[in-house]
Design a protein around this ligand. Structure first.
Ligand code: FES
Length: 164
């Protein structure tokens, strides 16, 4: 684990050394990624000097935390104040309509998971949506159909590559 990779994780940087930091950092990771990947838990363990087993005790105690990605694409719509005021509710409606999916659910084919999250830290780009770590800023509802089509295409290509 390098010093650089610790610095790069915003959730760790923000909560390291603070009271209740472990839970808050885990919450933030889940908000950003839709679940807490094992690599992130390991990174947190090193950065905060907390045994990995203790982190997993917390992760498995609370039903809220997910250990597996709930969909191949986790769509996180920021509903923090800035994004809310700049139209996040319209984005929620449009994603729900296009995917025929309620917030908090995953599509039956396992491709998409739709969730709302708190401020993701780039309010200047509001309204913001993050999909698998890729940030879409100043997003308009009219762009959503195209974005979903791009992700479907990406997965189709990945599947085709695996089949060969
Ligand atoms: S409120 Fe959405 S990025 Fe801050």
């Amino acid at each position: 684990m390098t010093e650089k990779s610790v610095k790069e994780n915003p959730a760790i940087k923000k909560w390291k050394g603070k009271r209740g930091a472990l839970i808050m950092a885990l919450h933030e990771m889940q908000d950003q990624m839709g679940y807490v990947p094992r690599e992130s838990a390991m990174e947190l363990s090193v950065a905060m000097d907390i045994p990995l087993a203790q982190i997993y005790e917390v992760l498995t105690f609370y039903n809220y935390f997910k250990l597996e990605a709930p969909g191949r694409a986790v769509i996180s719509i920021c509903t923090g104040t800035a994004c809310y005021l700049k139209g996040a509710p319209d984005l929620v409606k449009e994603f729900s309509k296009e995917l025929n999916l309620e917030v908090g659910n995953s599509s039956p084919d396992g491709l998409f998971h739709l969730q709302c999250v708190r401020c993701v830290g780039c309010c200047g780009l509001a309204p913001v949506v993050v999909i698998n770590g890729k940030t879409y800023g100043k997003l308009k509802p009219t762009e959503i159909k195209h974005i979903i089509a791009e992700w479907r295409e990406k997965f189709a290509q990945e599947d085709a590559a695996h089949a060969n």
